[in-house]
Write a protein that binds this ligand. Structure first.
Ligand SMILES: NC(=O)C1=CN([C@@H]2O[C@H](COP(=O)(O)OP(=O)(O)OC[C@H]3O[C@@H](n4cnc5c(N)ncnc54)[C@H](O)[C@@H]3O)[C@@H](O)[C@H]2O)C=CC1
Ligand SMILES: O=C(O)C(=O)Cc1ccc(O)cc1
Length: 691
């Protein structure tokens, strides 16, 4: 209720940020079902509540954020809510609102008073007073604390008494000061010119009050008879002070001053330090705003001046325009400032949290050892969970990348994971290793696919990353062969978008020979045929090797050569990208398997890889017979590749990928049947599915 208002709309934003379904019930909002931007629906409180009765009756939470005077009436006009629904309000005055809520709803009730205005950068670090009503409202309070709000419980009557001091008295004094400045004809620019950060800050706080809703402050001040009596006592105090000053009672003033000093005693030191820091920050903000204004004025100065002509009037106009531009920039800097302060605060908070996370990871590492601390299934679950909860505005992939790096760095606190891959440096496989393990892992290049696996088998590296299939070229036969022999198990998969660059030191037109891995040559054959016809294509052991070779030849003065491969290879070997993105298929993707000593337990969404050979694959129906157990146990096969067997009893080996984990009962049963019916069977492993 009142979700279209100044404060209500901020809470709408924050609940929606959590993924909640929020209905705004407000005469200033369009009618239900109409998108934002339509005309306000309008209507009396009764009409508004009646129009949205169904939504209100179904809600888990009805949050009232309407002007103070109409709050009790709006609450009284609510339709019956669900018995377990929470009824809460955000009103600055708690007594009447709580009374109305307790009368209107028999279920859980919470009085909330946000001690901040709608212009806060975010909820984190702000305070909300909670005046308890009835029932269990812990989920709502937990939501508030989850946003970083500090929730302070205070009974409604006590809240209203305290707000007399915090709000009614304070705002009245400020209002009186402002009213007086106006009546005295004070020129603000003159006052500001003489104001150091402390006086500027105080004047700003006065100006801030008058930039807000006068009705709201009137209603806060006049909320109770007690507030008005408080103001009258203040009036009397002010009168007495002035009488003493007039009478030259210096001692009386000093005595009062010292008594107040005593009253503040426990806080005086802290207040002095904190206000000093605040003023230092205010000074920095001001200096930054000035710099920005000057920079922008300097940048924009030439534009109006150039067209202004030579006469005085035109020059005057240019001057005005400059002043206007400077004022706008000043205004922009002022609007940016609170966001920058908030970002700085969030960064400090992030650093604290990241360090706490790293300390936890280190504790686990100390108990289990780094390699054992790496849990692929848990990482997959954590990343999936975070993506599901992603409130935006960051895209899912960005969330994955940020948390992947965070996990990588935390794991590396004890010792970085070592990952063996097909070298030399700069290959796509290295990119895949970094994509999977993050930047803190240590990639170790090996000279051949066998070598990559051997490093891990001999425990010289923790994990191996090997390519298994490419979206244009199909499977990597050599890897499939090796999978039949290695004792290593699959622990994960990586999908990497492959973008080939044409790299060299000369010109595209001068290229006579292109070196690359045979897969890269195949993936770019259209480009080569069309743009480099007649150019010799020379397959080498890897794309990075091609880049290294081209760099070596260039160093000897041979520049009519080029390589295909990842941008990282160009960077490693100091080549220029002559033509980016030359692969024929822009969606070209390669899938890699990550191998280690032990497959992880189920993550909830897994793939199982295996290699099998049915007996006598030349016999009709042998393949069908092999696959029957999968159908019988309702297991889907996502991939089937055949590999000719050299010199064996059987003719073909099959590489299979199945949906699910080998420990899933259905998959386990299907695998058992497959094993029983095969002359060769090797479970490569079950690992979390990507994407
Ligand atoms: N603005 C502030 O700095 C703070 C405000 N509050 C409290 O928040 C409440 C709202 O204040 P603001 O957002 O500033 O006021 P606002 O005037 O910006 O918003 C009030 C909203 O209530 C709507 N409304 C009026 N009658 C309604 C009805 N019968 N049914 C549904 N919606 C109705 C209005 O159309 C408007 O959109 C007040 O109770 C105030 O005490 C609390 C702390 C700070
Ligand atoms: O932002 C300001 O200046 C405020 O003082 C905000 C404010 C206004 C009303 C409240 O009940 C609580 C906080």
């Amino acid at each position: 209720m009142g979700g279209a208002g100044a404060l209500g709309s901020r809470f709408v934003e924050w609940f929606r940020g959590d993924g909640d379904l929020v209905h705004v019930v407000d005469p200033a909002a369009p009618a239900p079902g109409l998108a934002e931007g339509h005309a306000p629906a309008g209507g009396s409180p009764a009409e508004v509540a009646a129009r949205d009765a169904e939504v209100l009756a179904a809600a888990d939470l009805v949050l009232v954020a309407v002007p103070i005077p109409v709050t009790p009436e709006v609450i009284a006009g609510l339709p019956p809510l669900r018995p377990d629904a929470v009824l809460a309000d955000l009103t600055s005055v708690k007594g009447p609102a709580l009374e109305a809520m307790l009368a209107a709803h028999a279920g859980p009730v919470a009085g909330l008073h946000p001690m901040f205005g709608p212009d806060v950068a975010g909820p984190a670090g702000e305070v909300v007073v909670h005046s308890p009503g009835r029932g269990d409202v812990h989920w709502l309070l937990e939501r508030l604390t989850g946003w970083g709000l500090r929730v302070e419980p205070v009974a409604a009557a006590e809240h209203d008494r305290l707000m007399g001091l915090i709000q009614a008295l304070r705002h009245t004094v400020t209002a009186a000061y402002g009213v007086n400045l106006r009546r005295e004809g004070a020129d603000l620019d003159t006052l500001l010119a003489l104001s150091s950060p402390i006086y500027r800050t105080e004047l700003m706080m006065v100006g801030r009050l008058f930039a807000q809703d006068p009705g709201l402050y009137h209603d806060i001040i006049t909320a109770s008879e007690a507030n008005l009596e408080l103001l009258e006592r203040f009036h009397q105090t002010l009168g007495e002070l002035i009488t003493g000053l007039r009478a030259g009672d210096r001692e009386g003033f000093v005595a009062e001053f010292e008594a107040v000093g005593e009253h503040f005693a426990t806080h005086s030191e802290g207040f002095l330090t904190e206000s000093r820091e605040l003023l230092a920050a205010a000074k920095e903000l001001r200096a930054a705003a000035r710099d920005e204004a000057q920079e922008a004025a300097a940048a924009g100065a030439g534009v109006p001046a150039a067209g202004a002509g030579a006469d005085g009037a035109a020059t005057g106009e240019a001057g005005d325009a400059e002043d206007g531009a400077a004022a706008r920039v000043d205004d922009m800097a002022a609007r940016l400032a609170p966001h920058r302060v908030e970002i700085d605060r969030i960064d400090r908070e992030l650093l604290r949290l990241i360090s706490a996370r790293a300390a936890q990871a280190r504790a686990i590492g100390a108990i289990k050892g780094t390699a054992a601390a790496y849990r692929p299934e848990r990482e997959a679950q954590v990343l999936r969970g975070l993506v599901e909860r992603n409130p935006g505005p960051l895209p899912d992939n960005a969330v994955r990348r940020v948390f992947r790096e965070l996990m990588s760095e935390c794991l590396a606190v004890e010792r970085p994971l070592t990952v063996s891959y097909l070298g030399p440096r700069g290959t796509f496989t290295e990119q895949a290793a970094v994509q999977h393990f993050g930047g803190a892992a240590r990639p170790v290049p090996a000279a051949s696919l066998e070598g990559v696996l051997r490093e891990v088998e001999a425990r010289q590296a923790d994990y191996a990353v090997v390519p298994v299939e490419n979206s244009t070229e199909g499977s990597v036969g050599r890897t499939l062969d090796l999978l039949t022999r290695t004792p290593l198990e699959a622990v994960g998969e990586v999908r990497l978008r492959i973008e080939h660059q044409l790299m060299g030191r000369g010109e595209v037109s001068g290229v006579r020979r292109v070196y690359a891995h045979s897969q890269a040559l195949a993936q770019c054959q259209d480009f080569l045929t069309r743009h480099l016809p007649g150019v010799e294509r020379l397959p080498v052991s890897s794309n990075a090797e091609a880049a290294r070779l081209v760099a070596e030849l260039a160093a000897q003065g041979v520049t009519d050569v080029a390589a295909l491969g990842p941008e990282s290879a160009a960077a490693v070997y100091g080549l220029n990208v002559l033509r980016p993105g030359v692969q024929d298929d822009p969606e070209n993707t390669t899938r890699f398997l990550v191998l280690g000593h032990e497959s992880p337990p189920p993550s909830g969404s897994d793939t199982t890889s295996l290699v099998v050979a049915p007996p006598q694959t030349d016999r009709d129906g042998a393949l069908l017979g092999m696959l029957k157990p999968l159908a019988e146990h309702g297991v889907s096969m996502t991939r089937l590749e055949s590999r000719p067997m050299r010199g064996g009893l059987w003719q073909y080996l099959f590489y299979l990928e199945l949906d699910g984990h080998a420990q899933d009962p259905q998959v386990a049963a299907a695998l058992e049947a497959l094993r029983a019916g095969s002359v060769f069977y090797r479970l490569v492993g079950s690992y979390p599915r990507v994407g």
